[in-house]
Design a protein around this ligand. Structure first.
Ligand SMILES: Nc1ncnc2c1ncn2[C@@H]1O[C@H](COP(=O)(O)OP(=O)(O)OP(=O)(O)O)[C@@H](O)[C@H]1O
Length: 273
């Protein structure tokens, strides 16, 4: 078994205001998750707005420093006390995909320039290796380098740009991809292309995903594990099928009940009398 993700007593407190009006927001409150598996996994983090999902993602991506506790990804302590990998090693282990693909790239620079830069700077490849790595990564997300080269963001749909963001994340061959609401800004008709892409990358390329979403239907469809967050705490965590078909926590039941149109598909247990 490989230790894919472990958070140990992860806390993040934001301090707001000052001069006698200071207050604190506990965005992460003693978050403990352990995922051990002998194959790559998709871990969904679900919860309402403000529950701490993005803060967890940012902590795992080293964009925020935890107030206390630590996080381990594939046996490396990546955040908190004892975090060891250098920035370059870290980016070879964990890569992000953000919500808005239009913000991931400047509109004044061709998008393939970003992929090339990642191949050279992060993956440390020379010019010809970088060309091959970019072409391979684009091929992996169903795109052809020839059709991308020299084009700017306004020449792509949101779905295509998000696939290019996924390609960029794949170039350093990370073990874990942290995807924060990766399909929420994409047309509904194209969302499943990205979701199925994650599935294929898990199964065929050995990538694990932390998939942060409001959308329980896609979380159920794609995930192996689910963590349900509420007010900074993980209130329920376990195998996706078990959590969603037999939720133990009242908040999880509330979340599931709030999507009546899909309920019958992924909540097969009979309604309580
Ligand atoms: N930089 C910050 N400074 C102060 N408070 C913050 C900061 N970032 C997040 N928070 C607060 O921390 C809490 C958790 O926010 P977070 O963005 O992690 O939630 P979320 O579940 O990702 O929400 P959403 O689904 O809306 O993105 C919220 O109360 C939020 O206002």
């Amino acid at each position: 078994m490989t230790l894919i993700l472990k958070t140990e007593g992860l806390n993040k407190t934001y301090r707001l205001g000052g001069f006698g009006r200071a207050r604190q927001v506990q965005a992460l409150n003693d978050v403990n998750i352990t995922v051990e598996s002998d194959r790559p996994v998709v871990i969904a983090i679900v919860g309402e707005s403000g529950s701490g999902k993005t803060t967890l993602a940012k902590t795992l991506l080293r964009l925020e420093t935890p107030t206390s506790g630590r996080a381990i990804v594939y046996d490396s302590v990546v955040a908190g006390a004892g975090a060891t990998p250098s920035k370059k090693e870290f980016l070879g282990l964990v890569q992000p995909i953000f919500q808005n693909p239009f913000e991931a790239f400047s509109r004044y620079r061709p998008v393939d320039a970003y992929l090339n830069e990642t191949a050279r700077r992060v993956a440390g490849l020379d010019e010809s290796q970088a060309e091959t790595a970019v072409a391979d990564a684009l091929h992996n997300v169903g795109l052809d380098y020839g059709e991308i080269r020299g084009k700017y963001t306004n020449q792509f749909s949101g779905g295509e740009l998000q696939r290019i963001s996924v390609a960029r994340a794949l170039i350093p061959q990370p073990r874990l991809i942290v995807a924060d609401e990766p399909v929420s800004m994409i047309d509904a008709s194209r969302r499943m292309i990205i979701i199925n892409l994650f599935k294929r990358l898990r199964d065929e390329q050995g990538r694990s995903f932390l998939y942060i979403t409001h959308d329980l239907a896609t979380a159920y469809y794609i995930s192996d594990y689910v963590a349900v967050m509420n007010k900074g705490e993980v209130v329920e965590f376990g195998k996706a099928r078990e959590v969603m078909s037999n939720p133990q926590h009242a908040y999880t039941r509330l979340l599931l009940d709030s999507i009546p149109t899909t309920k019958s598909r992924w909540r097969p247990r009979p309604a309580a009398a």
